[in-house]
Write a protein that binds this ligand. Structure first.
Ligand SMILES: *Cc1c(COP(=O)(O)O)cnc(C)c1O
Length: 434
């Protein structure tokens, strides 16, 4: 210990300010519409609007106004291949070849498309692996895909149980990979606890056992770098309205490994046809030799355009820098909860997210028995988290627009809400959109 250089007291506001002063991504905050009276911690559910995304929507409207039908070929970039173009621009985010990604559909629709393609029950291999902690939509989709293939979801959907109610042990997933399993569909990051699974390890284990594997990357794309192709993942899908900030209900994306090009999509449509011959209007199927083959319908221009702006920001910032800052922010948040005394029985908060960097996605699950009321009390103070049953307040500092000072203020609020008893004035039910 040197005498004249004391350890920084991480619980101080001054320490937060010093982190902001040394943050090379700080200038990106100005690219977003943040509100002076609000601290937005919900970018893992719906990312904020950037000026770049806004501009590209205006551009799309102008193009439509000026070009009408000619926009399909004459707009810049042309609408006809916009899904492919955005797929190329997204490829770096997921570690794919440019033609392995296409921007199309929505998360659950893309899941249906890919599972209908790659779930091929055969002999005793009829089961699908998922987890007990999956996002419900993923489970509903798998149940109905099993029904469509004549199976029984009770029997054929294997939901790997959680040992602690927060996380899934990768050993348990691998143990479930028996010779009755045809397919595994897993989350990259669990939506509630924020646990990050090891995609490479699970893909290798699946393939060693003759099982195909796909990942729902809704909670990881735009915050965690991926190596989907190097990991030999068969397919993946994600949304663009969470960490990618492309707007409510914006068009999603899917990945298909090159080794599956030429496979007939489960749900074919003319937009997946070989682009050079799509307007030949013949009835014999000839899919594009690319992930583009898994498109179904015409690209919805106005809910795709914002992504052009969002991806421009990601190309400038770089996903590795985003990940580095995100990890630093979530670690700072967890350390601050501890340093401020909030994990003591007096305050009753607990951290539900794995603390190791390699097992953590982009948000922190702060658990409290009164989580629903604490969420409402935070909102009354101008802080926007979200709540997930039964006791999780999710807080997502977003590397592109959240400051360390904001994280500090949020932790002070978590403390103040208990100190003053403010949360006790809130009613207990959660809101319909939590
Ligand atoms: C957000 C999310 C979805 C959303 O599905 P939509 O079809 O886009 O409404 C699906 N799965 C996971 C894991 C998610 O996080």
């Amino acid at each position: 210990m040197t005498q004249n250089k004391p350890m920084p007291d991480i619980a101080t506001r001054a320490y937060a300010d010093s982190l902001d002063a040394n943050d090379d991504l700080a200038p990106f905050r100005n690219r977003f519409h943040t509100r002076a009276d609000q601290i937005y911690m919900d970018g893992n559910s719906l990312g904020l609007l950037s000026r770049d995304a806004e501009e590209m929507v205006h551009t799309a409207l102008e193009q439509w106004k000026e070009l009408g039908i000619d926009g399909w070929m004459a707009a810049e970039p042309q609408w006809f291949t916009l899904g492919e173009h955005l797929g190329e621009l997204s490829a770096d985010l997921v570690g794919a070849y440019p033609d392995e990604v296409v921007v199309t559909g929505t998360t659950t629709v893309n899941q249906h498309q890919l599972v209908s393609t790659f779930y091929r029950p055969d002999g005793i291999r009829r089961k699908i692996i998922a987890t007990e902690l999956d996002f419900p939509s993923d489970i509903y989709a798998l149940q109905s895909q099993i029904l469509l293939k004549g199976g029984d979801p009770e029997r054929d959907l294997v939901r790997v149980p959680s040992r602690d109610g927060r996380t899934i042990d990768e050993e348990d997933i691998i143990e479930a990979m028996t010779d009755e399993i045809a397919l595994a569909v897993l989350p990259s990051v669990l939506y509630r606890s924020g646990q990050l699974l090891n995609i490479g390890r699970l893909s290798m284990a699946a393939h060693e056992r003759g099982i195909l594997i796909g990942f729902d990357c809704a909670h990881s794309v735009g915050v965690v770098p991926h190596e989907l192709t190097a990991s030999d993942v068969d397919f993946a899908y994600w949304c663009t309205y969470k960490y990618l900030n492309a707007g409510p209900g914006s068009v999603g994306a899917l990945y298909v490994n090159r080794k599956h090009f030429g496979t007939r999509p489960g749900l074919s449509g003319w937009w997946g046809y070989n682009k050079d011959r799509q307007f030949d209007m013949v009835h014999e199927w000839e899919g594009a030799p690319a992930a583009g083959a898994w498109q179904i319908s015409t690209v919805p221009l106005l809910s795709t355009a914002p992504l052009l702006g969002s991806l421009r920001i990601f190309r400038e910032a770089g996903i590795d820098r985003v990940r580095k800052k995100s990890l630093k922010q979530t670690e700072y948040l967890m350390n601050l909860l501890e340093a401020t005394g909030l994990l003591s029985p007096t305050y009753g908060y607990a951290i539900g997210t794995p603390v190791e960097d390699r097992r953590r996605g982009g948000h922190v699950a702060v658990e409290h028995a009164d989580g629903a009321r604490i969420t409402k009390a935070l909102k009354n103070r101008g802080i926007v988290p979200d709540f997930r049953e039964p006791n999780v307040v999710r807080l997502a500092p977003i590397a592109l627009y959240t400051t360390f000072a904001e994280i500090w203020t949020v932790v002070q609020a978590l403390k103040g809400i208990i100190d003053t008893g403010e949360y006790l004035e809130q009613d207990e039910g959660r809101n319909i959109v939590a």
